[in-house]
Design a protein around this ligand. Sequence first.
Ligand SMILES: [Zn+2]
Length: 315
Amino acid sequence: MTKPTEHLGYGIYLIDTGMGRPGLAACYLIVHQGEAAIIETGTLKCVPQIMNAIGELGLSPEQLRYVIPTHVHLDHAGGAGGLMAELPNAQLIIHPRGARHMIEPAKLKAGTVAVYGEEMFAAVYGDLLAIDEARVIVAEDGHEFYLAERKFQCFDTPGHARHHLVVHDPLSQGIFSGDTFGVSYPELNGAGGERFIFPPSTPVHFDPDAWVTTIERLLTLEPKRFYLTHYGMVENPAPLASSLIEQINCYANIARNAANEPDPSAAINKALEHDTQARLNAINCPMPFEQRRELLTLDNQINAQGLAFWLSTLR
Ligand SMILES: [Zn+2]
């Protein structure tokens, strides 16, 4: 079972944002010599939970220096405005392509409402609060920031989204990877603890070539661990990177093979279900077939939509 707050070493705390179900969406609090940063925010509804965790760890809101959503998908950045309102000394660090959406969230909100409808948006995401431009730091590739003398570096990581950055932490030899280093739900671990990891091909920026290049580039930093938003810390990243690269190419092939189907998205969804089940069988995942299918229904649907969209851009 996952815990609501967990110390992972090096002053890094995993906080379960409480979005959806336990073990779905994490954020990470880094504390170093009295200064702190938070990576990922969940949605606006997650803000009270995060503030509670900050308080329970004995920190005051004034100690938070940075709020860093890895990208502006709403399970990562939806709560950024709400969190910034609670943290008087914090600055937002964000990818150049995401900054506008944080300062003027109306367009991001309208886009999400168009997909989910007003009611569902309110139920799942609550709202998006604007952030004062003066508090926003636009992080170009290689941007550095510090907690006391501890250095961190941001890298531009296209593939999942064009507005995605990751944070490299040399002290822990870790990378806070958002969705760039895949999604791996602990419930789907294999019988021997092997992780099942997959690349979320969410609409509308899936770019297989860019994504493979990004993963290869991150490996040149020789990381020992990745901190996944979905979900938790993974170590020994080399085999996971290989699996992700293989699956990114596999996803692209699944999409291409559906090009002549009357409903490509439905055909892709079916193929993804088949593929994920086979991979879970290969690691002897103890979860029954039906339960796995249920757990991955939404992911597979969203991934299929993203792949169908990508396919439509190839024509
Ligand atoms: Zn995302």
